[in-house]
Write a protein that binds this ligand. Sequence first.
Ligand code: GAL
Length: 375
Amino acid sequence: MIRVYTCLFFVTFSCAVVASPPVGETFGHLKSGEEASIYTLTSEAGLMVRVTDFGATLVELYAPDASGTIDDVVLGFDDVSGYESEDNQYFGCTTGRVCNRIANARFTLNGKEYKLAANDGVNHLHGGATRSLDKVLWKAEPFETDTQQGVAFSYSSPDGEEGYPGNLIIRTTYSLMRQTNELQIDYLATTDVPTPVNLTNHAYFNLSGAGSETVLEHVLQLNADRYTPSDDTLIPTGEIAPVADTPLDFREPHVIGDRIQELVDTAALGYDHNFVLNEPAGDSSIRLAAVLTDPRSGRRLTIRTSQPAIQLYSGNFLKGQKGKGERSYPLRSALCLETQFSPDSVNQPKFPSIVLKPDQEWRAHTMLTFSAVPR
Ligand code: GAL
């Protein structure tokens, strides 16, 4: 399968980029019988991206290495049945309505308590058990401009879905830049009653190519002086602590495997921590979040975002499941860098609020830029 897409990529580029919006192709059928679609975005600069309307999910992301060879650097499945299976651990999806954890699967808003699905022990994880954003079919609107090719996915989550108040209209837009190796992900949400919102993308990256053994040799730098310590169930204690003198100090570039061992016997099982990003420079609303480099291929991913925090998750629950092209995904064979608001913000008075009101728009912007450094 992977080889087929590689050929497709080269054919597309040898004929120059087609100047029309991406067209949906079948991505298989859901258990409900509905058909999922997949869209291919291409850039003149060298990236190729495929996204599906199931979960507004990033399925493939081909990026060039130091010698120009492209490989798919995100985990995923060949068709939608994989995404509906037990093997899917939120691969590449839009995660929400509220990503990460909500303590004891409940929160109180304007004096009323709301109960959510407890799908991670006693806590609520990634928007719920059955109708979270990764498990539903979104409406796709492919588009094309002079500078970008993309797909805007939208989904209307009805009042009470997964226990959340309000009719929430959500849009996730993937835009691939034509001339630069950059994929932008934009989120927009509106509601008719106050409700918490925290959206992220849950891509698992391995810059050596999805299905390579581990990411322990990847080098990571995070623009974060502080993190949110958490309890035994990964719920923040409310404290915001310095990363200095901990294995979470990525202020200078560090090899992931260097200090992960110190965390293996903790509740996190490795890296599974939320970092509070340093403020953006000057008047900009966009801040540098992370720079991830794979010394083996030379591929480098730089993440910038409007979001205030980022979850580093080192694939601690990956179990060797088979993914795209029959490649398997063992423990720590990929990592996630989830730009977000801090976990459990809805119950944490000291964290920035994630409550969206009817007269507001919830917007977030994350840019993934790929480059290659000499090996
Ligand atoms: C991450 C989370 C992990 C785990 C994973 C999905 O975002 O931090 O604890 O739940 O998603 O397997």
